[in-house]
Write a protein that binds this ligand. Structure first.
Ligand code: 13P
Ligand code: ZN
Length: 266
């Protein structure tokens, strides 16, 4: 019987997912089952692993994911807690295989854990990014308190305004999140409407805020996705702490922000 746990490279990547799940909980961003993760593991798997038998009948997708045929993802389970994903990623998530025509998926390992309710957004994002030739294997969604708080303030529901504000709190933010953040107006969680609104923002950004809900980051590396969210959260905290202390933070000047571009090759 084929055992994916013998695949060291795969297990290393699962270990990094578990590591980040633990950070999300420790940060206070993952109340109950808040947040979800998907990572494309196809390149780390041998043919025999890719061909593992399905653990349950195929689940149809609402829209075909034409760029993802045959791809295999680790996906956290719906209703599962990040603090438990950290301890046991295979009891709280599963490997899914997309059908060759992209119309459905099967759970192939290790237990029949149903994927996150945000699968439509995750898969549409992966599909979109592959279609653009971008090798962003990771989609990370979480619920940072400070960032969600900012999305309750109308003037911040504008990509330029919120990006400028967060960039100007510390130089690292401009450097670590060079494309700024996109904004998706509120949509019901788990819907295709939310998924389509999200991929529109990926044209220009690697990080997207969902109004009154949370944040998503895409990238090649799950630790770097976490770092981007962590840095934005730090900036949000500096801004909100200053406001709570009764003053408007000065922020870095346009010149100071512009000077970072050649200095860091942005
Ligand atoms: P799931 O438990 O289905 O992943 O939902 C959590 C969440 O954050 C929804 O946006
Ligand atoms: Zn959420």
């Amino acid at each position: 019987m084929m055992c994916i746990r013998k695949n060291e490279r795969l297990m290393d990547e699962i270990g990094r997912i578990a590591e980040v799940a633990g950070y999300l909980w420790e940060k206070g961003w993952a109340e109950r089952n808040g947040g979800n993760i998907s990572v494309d593991l196809t390149a780390l798997m041998g043919q025999e692993e890719k061909d593992l038998p399905a653990l349950a009948p195929a689940f149809p997708l609402q829209e075909p994911m034409r760029m993802l045929g045959g791809h295999i993802f680790y996906v956290t389970g719906t209703g599962k807690r990040m603090r438990y994903v950290a301890k046991d990623p295979f009891a709280n998530g599963s490997l899914i295989r997309i059908a060759p025509d992209g119309s459905s998926y099967e759970i192939i390992a290790e237990q029949p854990v149903r994927p996150t309710s945000e699968l439509p957004s995750h898969l549409l994002m992966h599909d979109f990014l592959r279609g653009k030739g971008r090798d962003n294997r990771v989609v990370l969604h979480t619920h940072p308190t400070d960032i969600i708080g900012l999305t309750h303030c109308k003037p911040f529901l504008d990509s330029r305004t919120i990006t400028r504000t967060l960039w100007s709190m510390i130089p690292e933010c401009r450097i670590i999140v060079p494309k700024g953040v996109g904004i998706v107006p509120y949509e019901i969680p788990g819907t295709m409407a939310l998924a389509h609104a999200t991929i529109r923002q990926l044209e220009e950004h690697d990080v997207v805020f969902w109004e009154k809900h949370g944040i998503l980051a895409v990238g090649e590396d799950i630790i770097e996705c976490f770092d981007a969210i962590d840095t934005l959260s730090k900036s949000a905290q500096i801004y909100l702490n200053a406001r709570m202390a009764g003053y408007e933070p000065e922020g870095m000047t346009d010149q100071q922000l512009d000077d970072l571009v050649p200095a860091f090759g942005l």
